[in-house]
Design a binder for this molecule. Structure first.
Ligand code: SF4
Ligand code: SF4
Length: 169
């Protein structure tokens, strides 16, 4: 029922770039309470129907930021000393920000997260559609439209629910 083919979704992102720019402007004119409610309802439905373990595209293509606390926790969870955790898995910027040092993520194996019970906050939160502020975050959301089947299907369903297409016909 929902499109999950990553090649098709990536191609759609190119084809619909201009349409999505219009959708961004259209959503800016909508009521935040309504767009948040609709985004949450649509996300609940789409997320329940899409199996992330069959996709893993965010884990394969995004740089994952991790906090100081998560680096420490990772060492405890993997029963490894901090020095080894840092060397094997973590890159730290000059500004002191940590991120996983490989893309795809080092903890992904056969599209499955090998540390799923203690995966990082950024992993749990992506694609952020359960949060409030859909309207304000739509630009960032659309950056991942061609990468994430949940985002693609939520955005497409919201275009229909908000009768967006009629406004550009
Ligand atoms: S830690 Fe797990 S959920 Fe997070 S990016 Fe890596 S494989 Fe994906
Ligand atoms: S959040 Fe999106 S990109 Fe990540 S695994 Fe789920 S459907 Fe795929």
């Amino acid at each position: 029922m929902y499109e999950t083919n990553l090649d098709i979704i990536a191609a759609e992102a190119v084809l619909k770039e201009e349409e999505n720019d219009h959708f961004l402007q259209f959503v800016k004119r909508q009521d935040s309470v309504i767009t948040d409610q609709l985004a949450h309802e649509t996300n609940d439905k789409v997320s329940a129907a899409i199996d992330c373990t069959q996709c893993g595209n965010c884990c394969k293509t995004l740089v994952i930021n991790v906090t100081d606390e998560e680096v420490v926790q990772l060492g405890e969870d993997l029963h490894l000393p901090q020095a080894e955790i840092q060397e094997r898995y973590i890159e730290t910027s000059l500004a002191g920000k940590h991120f996983i040092n490989t893309v795809p993520c080092a903890f992904l194996a056969n599209s499955i997260c090998t540390i799923y019970p203690y995966r990082f906050t950024e992993c749990r939160d992506f694609p952020h559609l359960h949060k409030s502020g859909f309207k304000e975050r739509l630009l960032g959301t659309l950056l991942h439209y061609g990468r994430c089947p949940i985002i693609y299907n939520v955005v497409e369903e919201m275009k229909s629910s908000l009768h967006f297409k009629e406004t550009i016909a």
